[in-house]
Design a protein around this ligand. Structure first.
Ligand code: ADP
Ligand code: MG
Length: 293
C-alpha cells in the first residue's frame, strides 16, 4: 500500500480533532456499517442534575441526601457527581465514607457515620434483601416513565429514598446522528440506564434502535452479537464500562473527554468529545483509502 497516503490521512485527522492510534485503523473505519453509541457522556453531556428527592415517611430529604451524597462523593459516575454536588449544596460539607465500593452497573455501597448505605438500582438493594416500600416504588416508576434516571437510597437494611436525576442531550448530537446516517451508517443506542430514559434520549436525537439496561460486562457481548449478524461495528463511548465494548468493536472511538480506560481501549479518540467528528473520521478514512487505489 502507500503509507504516505495513510500518513497524510492521519495528519488530517489530527487537524480535525481525531487522534488515530495507527494508520491501519483507517482500513477498518471504511467498512463500518453500524455505529453503537453509549448514552451517558457520549450522546448526553454526562453532567447530571438532581431533580427531585422522594423519601419514606421516617426520613427527611436532607438526611437522605447527606448519607447518599457522602457515599457518592467517592464515585466518578455522573449520577454520583450530581448527588454529591446537590447534597453538599443543600446540607453542607459531607462526612467521609469509611468504606466504599462501586458495584459496576448497579450503584455504590459503603459505610457513612456508622450506617451501611446503598445507592443505586433497586436490584442492588434486592441483593441485600431490601425492597422498596410502595410509595418509593411508585416514585421510582414515575421518574423512569418520565424519561429520568431514578436511584434508590437505603441504609441499615431499609429503603429510605428515591433520587431523580437527568442530563441533557448534547446540542451537537442530533446533527451528529444525521451525519452518520448520511454516510449510510445505522446508529444504535446502548446503555445501562432504564429503557424509558434511553428511549427518550433516542427520540430526541433520532435513533430508532435502543438496547437498554445492559450490564457493563455485557456491552461487549452486544457488540459481538451485532458482528455475528454480519455487521461491521463502530462503538463510541467514554466510560470505564465501555472499554471492553470499544476493544471488541471493529472500530473503537473514545471520547477525549472521557475516562483513560476508554481512551486506551479505543482505536481513535475524538479529542473534543464532539460526536459530529465521528462522521468526519469515517469520511476521512473513506477518502484516504480512495486516494490509495
Ligand atoms: P451508562 O451505560 O448509562 O453509562 P452504567 O452502566 O454506568 O450506565 O450504570 C447503569 C445504572 O446503574 C445507572 O443508570 C444507575 O441506575 C446505576 N448506577 C451505576 N453507578 C451508580 C452510582 N455511582 N450511583 C447510583 N447509581 C448508579
Ligand atoms: Mg458513558
Amino acid at each position: 500500500a502507500t503509507p504516505t497516503a495513510l500518513m497524510v490521512g492521519t495528519g488530517r485527522g489530527a487537524q480535525l480533532g481525531i487522534l488515530i492510534k495507527g494508520p491501519e485503523v483507517l482500513e477498518s473505519t471504511r467498512k463500518v456499517d453500524t455505529v453503537v453509541l453509549d448514552k451517558t457522556g457520549t450522546v448526553t453531556t454526562g453532567r447530571m442534575t438532581l431533580l427531585a428527592v422522594h423519601t419514606a415517611a421516617s426520613t427527611t430529604e436532607d438526611e437522605a441526601l447527606r448519607l447518599a451524597g457522602a457515599l457518592e462523593h467517592a464515585s466518578e459516575h455522573p449520577i454520583a457527581q450530581a448527588v454529591a454536588r446537590a447534597a453538599a449544596d443543600r446540607t453542607g460539607p459531607l462526612p467521609a465514607p469509611e468504606g466504599f465500593a462501586g458495584v459496576a452497573g448497579l450503584g455504590v455501597q459503603g459505610v457513612v457515620e456508622g450506617h451501611a448505605v446503598l445507592v443505586g438500582r433497586p436490584r442492588l438493594l434486592a441483593e441485600w434483601a431490601i425492597e422498596l416500600p410502595a410509595e418509593l416504588e411508585r416514585a421510582h416508576a414515575g421518574a423512569e416513565a418520565a424519561g429520568r434516571t431514578a436511584v434508590a437510597v437505603a441504609w441499615d437494611g431499609e429503603a429510605r429514598a428515591v433520587l431523580e436525576v437527568a442530563d441533557a442531550v448534547k446540542e451537537t448530537s442530533p446533527e451528529a446522528i444525521r451525519r452518520l446516517r448520511a454516510l449510510g451508517l445505522t446508529p444504535v443506542l446502548l446503555t445501562g440506564d432504564n429503557r424509558a430514559a434511553a428511549e427518550s434520549v433516542a427520540r430526541e436525537v433520532g435513533i430508532e434502535q435502543v438496547i437498554a439496561e445492559v450490564m457493563p460486562e455485557d456491552k461487549a457481548e452486544v457488540v459481538k452479537g451485532l458482528q455475528a449478524e454480519g455487521r461491521t461495528v463502530a462503538m463510541v463511548g467514554d466510560g470505564v464500562n465501555d472499554a471492553a465494548a470499544l476493544a471488541q468493536a471493529d472500530l473503537g472511538l473514545a471520547m477525549g473527554t472521557g475516562t483513560d480506560a476508554a481512551i486506551e481501549a479505543g482505536d481513535l479518540t475524538l479529542v473534543r468529545g464532539d460526536l459530529r467528528v465521528a462522521a468526519d473520521a469515517v469520511r476521512l478514512s473513506r477518502r484516504t483509502l480512495a486516494t490509495i487505489k
